[in-house]
Ligand binder design. Structure first.
Ligand code: ZN
Length: 425
């Protein structure tokens, strides 16, 4: 089976490629890139006017299965992923039951294979049931296919447990992913602590609650030599600490979400519970620091923190609604609109944060169009405008803060192992 992608702008930051060319896929792998490649009976895909990039990789997705299939299933999440251009996603372990053992890990891998869409890499728990006390069997998780460990959403508060977790993870070649939040400092908070929380009369979470754990994790990365990935950085202070840690040569990486790039805590005016997430939307200064981190390479990855919730749950008053928003199907449009079209970050750098950046952070395959690598590709139109209509999402959930937004940048096709798994109408 051969597929010839003709005339697209091929951008592959892993090889510093940015050129108009053809790309030939044969037997599921990238066969060649060049001018006027001959089709010789290959199926032809006309990519003129589109960007052809390595398949996008999302390090942070909540698939909700097992346990909360009314919010999302592995199949519906995988469909949302390919509609958003993601050929690989990492599934967070806070399912019911928690992915703290090989049987849950294998269940996720089997279900993902059945769905036959995006590649799904499970993230195992750091501690049993993510209770923050006893370490999970990381050797067993790794053996079953987990690529990293995290207690996302229920951060490990005990620093000694975290230290041991890092030592254990290091010995098993696993990255430790942390949702950095001092639960005592953040207790009761529902949005960023600042002018708007005062204005709205809502309890705030101070940036110190995040930065406290970012600082701790960097110190522990130094002490243990472990690889540490800071999930969804949201404050200027976090970005600066990570920048310094990288300069020091520590194995620290980080990700940012599209919603933290696009929105600030001012969005909570009107009490739309789709502006409630953890970490919360921050101030304009924090947002500017995230942009700077995206520009200068401090930020490795754009990750969605796709967190489906049923509309009945999000319908509660702001204080009681659950944290989290979905993001797989709006990630590219939001990223291009706020970073690229606004003139803040060049297109190849944005693609880097969606491809080789996340691949390297977790040592995942993919993220490149190198000859001989498997043909995972995302084809998108960087200029096509569309309006976000949650009713059209493949995700089972609708909790997006971007309803009605006019976005510029749309997925044209998603190809995995040479097979087209999504094409826009
Ligand atoms: Zn999180």
């Amino acid at each position: 089976m051969t597929l010839l992608i003709k005339g697209g702008r091929i951008i592959d930051p892993s090889q510093q490629i940015d050129m108009i060319a053809d790309l030939l896929i044969d037997g599921g792998d990238v066969k060649s890139i060049g001018d006027s490649l001959r089709d010789d009976g290959a199926e032809v895909f006309d990519a003129r006017g589109s960007v052809v990039a390595p398949g996008f990789i999302d390090l942070h997705v909540h698939l909700r299965e097992p346990g909360e299939e009314h919010k999302e299933t592995i199949a519906s999440g995988a469909a949302a992923a390919v509609a958003g251009g993601f050929t690989s996603i990492c599934a967070m372990p806070n399912t019911k039951p928690v992915n703290d053992n090989a049987s849950v890990t294998r269940f996720i891998i089997d279900k993902a294979r059945e769905a036959g869409l995006t590649r799904v890499y499970p993230v195992g728990a750091i501690t049993r049931e993510s209770n923050g006390e006893e370490l999970a069997e990381m050797a067993e998780l790794k053996e079953a296919g987990a690529v990293a460990v995290s207690d996302d959403g229920r951060p490990v508060m005990d620093s000694q447990v975290m230290r041991h977790a890092m030592e254990y993870a290091r010995d098993h070649g696993l990255v430790v992913v942390d949702h950095c939040q001092d639960l005592h400092l953040a207790a009761g908070g529902v949005m960023n602590e600042g002018r708007y929380s005062t204005l709205l009369g809502l309890k705030g979470m101070n940036r110190a609650a995040e930065e406290n754990h970012v600082a701790r994790d960097i110190m522990l990365a130094d002490v243990t030599g472990a690889r540490v990935h800071i999930a969804h950085v949201s404050t200027a202070g976090s970005v600066e600490m990570i920048r310094r840690a990288k300069r020091q040569g520590l194995a620290v990486s980080c990700e940012v979400t599209p919603h933290h790039l696009a929105l600030t805590d001012a969005a909570a005016i009107g009490f739309d519970t789709n502006t409630k997430m953890s970490p919360p939307l921050r101030s304009e200064e924090d947002r500017a620091a995230l942009f700077e981190g995206a520009r200068d390479g401090t930020i490795d990855a754009i990750a969605t923190d796709h967190a489906p919730h049923h509309s009945d749950e999000k319908m509660f008053e702001y204080d009681r609604a659950p944290f989290g928003v979905i993001g797989l199907e709006t990630a590219l449009g939001v990223a291009l609109t706020v970073l690229y079209h606004a003139g803040a970050v060049p297109l190849p750098r944005i693609i880097e944060m969606l491809t080789i950046g996340p691949a390297q952070a977790f040592s995942l395959p993919g993220g490149t169009l190198a000859i001989g690598s498997r043909a995972d590709l995302t084809v998108f139109d960087p200029d096509r405008e569309w309006t976000v209509d949650p009713q059209r999402f493949k995700s089972k959930s609708r909790n997006t803060p971007f309803t009605g937004w006019r976005l510029r940048g749309a997925i044209a096709a998603t190809i995995i192992g040479g097979r087209e798994v999504f094409r826009s109408e």
